[in-house]
Structures are given as structure tokens and as C-alpha cells.
Design a protein around this ligand. Structure first.
Ligand SMILES: [Zn+2]
Length: 461
């Protein structure tokens, strides 16, 4: 694999039939069925689930899952794979200084090459830990490299260019001219929507209110209406940010602003929502609004703990995400879902949130939160063959009388991940990447980080 000429590997739809044999399927279907069964994937989808001993069709691959759990692949509804190079380079800061002093200057140093290898490094970590789908907020400079990385990684992904045109502390390289930013988002969106055999989809990614002018939001609303693309943004993350929004927007907070600007009419997915109130939730549109919970990021940047009982109680689906390597430090969805559960126990009491609830944030509910509920997020016939096979051989996975959902949510980890399949293609086999070359990615990432630091002028130890 050479720089940004990703592997011409089999695409979903071209992968041979795949028989996952001998596992215990934790399906996360509406009934939360757990069943010992084989699973047959054809043309990238789950063709059938049934009692053991299917006769595999001619040319089928068999994946041994005996003694293992088989789950739907995990879904992270909010990530920044373009920030993976910046792990640990913005420590001990609250949100706004974290962005202004470190993250934006570093992002301003990206080009397509560095963004590509940042994305590949993040994608490798996602796949090795069982994440099969991400919704990525994208980049300004380097947006194309990020999209090419997602295309080549094998992940299922929703993404687009990150839109910014103004704001205190925003470096010049991120401050794009409004119409040019919208035009670039539209042309990249059109190019990558449906790419990689349909694994990629387009979302519009305005960064947040503090870096997007009124004309930019109006352009985003118009583009969303015309193209049918959802809007994915950050909102109601930290009190400091909401106070700045109120100062900037004449006393209005994010929900006031989105309501008046018609953004709430669109399919709107917000990351964080820590500051959401019951009053806000009376105004959002059912079926067109979701929240992606990022618990580690919210703790690390001092933002607080989202009230998932309030949000889910209002009928709003909640997904989960690691956010990025500079705020969660890793991209492990298992850690995020366990942390989410423990924080809700702290906030609402231990009876308020189950292992099944936690798993749903990263699977079936997480899929609905990003508009992919019909496509992925559970093991059901007709859905995409996106799955993860977990070993049960480690001592902490012992629990013969434990509810499987509790066992998985509170005890499983990425150390248990054995095989990972996206759209019927085996991307991790026996704990090793099949499509991506981790040694090459690491060495390219080393060079990419040095190049970004050179261009950005950010000094790190
Ligand atoms: Zn984010």
C-alpha cells in the first residue's frame, strides 16, 4: 500500500459468502435474542441465521466462532479520526482553550496526506477493538485525505468536510470563505456519498455555533434540504461554550438558535448534549434529532455527565462515541459503553441502566441515532453483515450464570476481539488486520505528525 493509494481489496458485495460457525449470537434485535446459531452472510448482508450445521454454499469462507460470542459490530456515532495523530497533545485543558490553544492550530497544519494516515491509524484501532461503523465530523484542511482514508479502511462510515468560517481563536487556515466551504462540502459529499460499495455516506458537519456564521448555517440548511444530507454537529457540550453562544447570539442557546434557523427541521445529530434540558427536549423533532454521548471526552474536558435517562425518556435515540484521541486518548468503544453505564448508575441510581442499555448505545440504538437503524446495529436477516466475534477464553469473561448482556457490558474488552467483519468482509482475523498494514500505518503516522507540527508551528515536548 503506498501513500493514499489504498488497497483495491474486495468491497462489500464482492466478498465471498461467509459462514460464521459455532458461536453464541447476541443479536441486539428488538427482543434481545441470544441464541446458539450459525450465521450466513452473502452479498454483504446477513442471509440467514439458524441452528448449527448450515451447508456452506460453494466458495464460502468459514469463520470459526466456536465458544465465542458473536455481536453486531460496534457503532461510534461521533469521532474525529483526523485527530488521531494528536493523542495526548492537548492535555489538562477545558474545551475552549483545548480547541484554541492546541486542536485548531494542529488541525490547521493538516494536508490530505497527513489526514489520510491519521484516519488510517484511527481506523486500525477502531477495527481491532470491534468498531465497524463511525460517524466522523471530518476536517477542514485534509478533508479529502480523511474521506479517502475512510474509503480505504473498510469501515462503514458517515462523514463529510468539517465546516467553519469564523470564530474567536480560529486560525486563518480553518477560516474558510463561506460559499467556498459550502461548495467544497457539496462536491466532496457528492463524490463520496455511496462510495466503497455503499459503505460511505455523507453528512454535513458544521463544527459548532462558535465557528459557523449565520450565513454558513443558512447555507447548511439549504444544502441539507436540497441534497437530503443530515446535519451532524457539536452542541450543548460544556457550560462555558453555551455561555459564549448566548453572548454571541443575543441570549439564545443552541436549541433556540437551531429552532429559529430551521436546523431543528433537518435530521440533526448532536454530539454531547451534556447541557440539554427537559425544556429543550420538548422542542426537538421526534425522529429527526439524536444525541451521541461521549462520556470519556466529557469527563476529561470537564464538561459533565449527560442525563441519558432524560434524553432517552423523551424518545430521543442515543449513540456513543470516543470523540477523538486528544480527548478520550483511545478509540475503544467498550470503554465508552462501560463508562456510560457506570456514570448513569452514579447519576440515576444502579437500577436505572442495564448492561443491555449500554450495549444498545453502541449497536441498535446507536445505529438509529445516525440513521442506519435499518441497515446495521443488530444481527438480523437482511441487515449488513457487520459483526464482531469475541473470545470467551480470558478469565474475566467467565460467568456461566451471568446475563450475557451484563457480562459483555461490564466485563468484555477489546482484548477479547477475535474477528471483525464489515459488509461480509473479514477485516480482522484472529486479532490481526487483514486489509490494513499496521506497521506501515504507524511509520506513515510518525512522518505525518512531524509534517503537521512543522506546518502548524505548535511546539510539543
Ligand atoms: Zn467532537
Amino acid at each position: 500500500m503506498s501513500a493514499r493509494e489504498g488497497p483495491e481489496a474486495a468491497r462489500p458485495g464482492n466478498a465471498p459468502p461467509l459462514l460464521v460457525r459455532g458461536g453464541t449470537l447476541v443479536t441486539l434485535d428488538p427482543q434481545a435474542t441470544v441464541v446458539e446459531a450459525d450465521l450466513l452472510a452473502e452479498d454483504g448482508r446477513i442471509r440467514s441465521i439458524g441452528p448449527a450445521s448450515f451447508d456452506p454454499p460453494a466458495g464460502a469462507r468459514t469463520l470459526d466462532a466456536s465458544g465465542c460470542w458473536v455481536l453486531p459490530g460496534l457503532i461510534q456515532g461521533h469521532v474525529h479520526l483526523g485527530q488521531t495523530l494528536f493523542r495526548g497533545l492537548a492535555e489538562r485543558r477545558r474545551l475552549l482553550p483545548w480547541l484554541r490553544e492546541r486542536i485548531w492550530p494542529l488541525e490547521a497544519g493538516h494536508d490530505d496526506e497527513s489526514a489520510y494516515w491519521s484516519t488510517m491509524l484511527g481506523a486500525a484501532e477502531c477495527l481491532l477493538s470491534g468498531t465497524t461503523t463511525v460517524q466522523d465530523i471530518g476536517l477542514g484542511p485534509g478533508a479529502r485525505g480523511l474521506l479517502e482514508g475512510l474509503r480505504d479502511s473498510g469501515l462503514r462510515a458517515l462523514a463529510g468536510k468539517c465546516l467553519m468560517d469564523s470564530g474567536e481563536g480560529l486560525p486563518g487556515a480553518l477560516r474558510e470563505e463561506t460559499e467556498a466551504a459550502l461548495a467544497a462540502a457539496e462536491s466532496l459529499g457528492a463524490e463520496f456519498d455511496g462510495a466503497a460499495g455503499g459503505r460511505l455516506g455523507t453528512v454535513l458537519n458544521p463544527r459548532f455555533i462558535l465557528t459557523c456564521s449565520d450565513p454558513l448555517w443558512r447555507g447548511i440548511r439549504e444544502l441539507s434540504e436540497r441534497r437530503g444530507w443530515p446535519v451532524h454537529t457539536h452542541a450543548l457540550e460544556q457550560r462555558d461554550e453555551v455561555e459564549e453562544v448566548r453572548r454571541l447570539k443575543g441570549g439564545r442557546d443552541e436549541v433556540d438558535y437551531f429552532d429559529e434557523e430551521g436546523i431543528l427541521e433537518r435530521d440533526l445529530r448532536i454530539a454531547h448534549g451534556v447541557q440539554l434540558t427537559a425544556e429543550h427536549l420538548t422542542r426537538v423533532r421526534r425522529g429527526r434529532f439524536s444525541v451521541v454521548h461521549c462520556p470519556a471526552s466529557n469527563l476529561k474536558l470537564g464538561s459533565g455527565i449527560a442525563d441519558l435517562a432524560l434524553i432517552r425518556g423523551a424518545g430521543v435515540p442515543v449513540g456513543i462515541g470516543a470523540d477523538g484521541a486528544p480527548c478520550s486518548n483511545d478509540l475503544d468503544a467498550w470503554f465508552q459503553l462501560r463508562l456510560a453505564a457506570l456514570l448513569q448508575h452514579h447519576r440515576q441510581g444502579p437500577a436505572s441502566f442495564s448492561g443491555l442499555d449500554a450495549l444498545r448505545l453502541a449497536t441498535s440504538e446507536g445505529a438509529r441515532a445516525i440513521g442506519l437503524g435499518e441497515r446495521t446495529g443488530s444481527l438480523e436477516e437482511g441487515k449488513a453483515a457487520d459483526l464482531v466475534v469475541l473470545s470467551r477464553s480470558r478469565p474475566e469473561s467467565w460467568g456461566p450464570r451471568t446475563d450475557p448482556h451484563d457480562l459483555l457490558a461490564y466485563s468484555a474488552s477489546r482484548a477479547d476481539v477475535r474477528h471483525v467483519v464489515v459488509g461480509g468482509e473479514v477485516l480482522v482475523e484472529d486479532g490481526r488486520l487483514t486489509r490494513l498494514d499496521l506497521d506501515e500505518i504507524r511509520s506513515r503516522a510518525d512522518a505525518a505528525l512531524e509534517a503537521v507540527l512543522g506546518r502548524s508551528g505548535v511546539e510539543v515536548p
